[in-house]
Ligand binder design. Sequence first.
Ligand code: SF4
Length: 236
Amino acid sequence: MSVCIKDKIQNMNLVIGCNIGCNYCYAKNNVNRYHITEDFSKPEFFPKKLRLMDKARPQNFLLAGMSDFACWKKQWCDAVFEKISENPQHQFLFLTKRPDLLNFETDLENVWFGVTVTRKAELWRIDALRKNVHAKHYHVTFEPLYDDPGKVDLEGIDWIVIGTMTGAQSKKVQTDPVWAYSLTKQAHLLNIPVFMKEDLVCVVGEKNIVQEMPYEFNKVLEAQKVWYKQKKTASL
Ligand code: SF4
């Protein structure tokens, strides 16, 4: 049975807003609908949320679900990375569509940097990520996958995610299962785990869904179970 990626990785929206301007941006729609900030094109930092990292319960966090890391100011990065370094019980994921704007380095073991690739013409982002961001772990999110990415250089990548278009535009743009299978095969040849998002079930069928997580994320999820068990025992 397929699972929702949000059961495994939670969003922590430390920064809300982005000026990249993707036309399918769900974050912008939500921010505008619920008036979360005044202007989505002007990213805002919410430092009070940093205390969420202090939780002892281990979690996998996506920190750029409503923004793009390329839009983050240096002082925001400094505050966030200092806090990450104090909380090795969690894993932290960052995502960008503009790795060409980055020049970043971290030696933290629990930080994962990734790029979004939606089509073949965006494969350059993977090279730019490896060139401009020096981190311990890299990931690539192929979502929403618009066309056949063909042969992809996944050398040095530690995890890939594949997803299709959701919402209103899903009738117009659909991922071909052949593209998803091709990416999966290429990743598996390099022993890279693959996670097909739950929305791909209607494209590839339940029996063909692949939902693998990196060892480090599974370790966090196991530690989370232990944490819940201990809490339950303590409350008896
Ligand atoms: S990069 Fe992400 S947050 Fe920014 S506009 Fe595109 S989809 Fe929205």
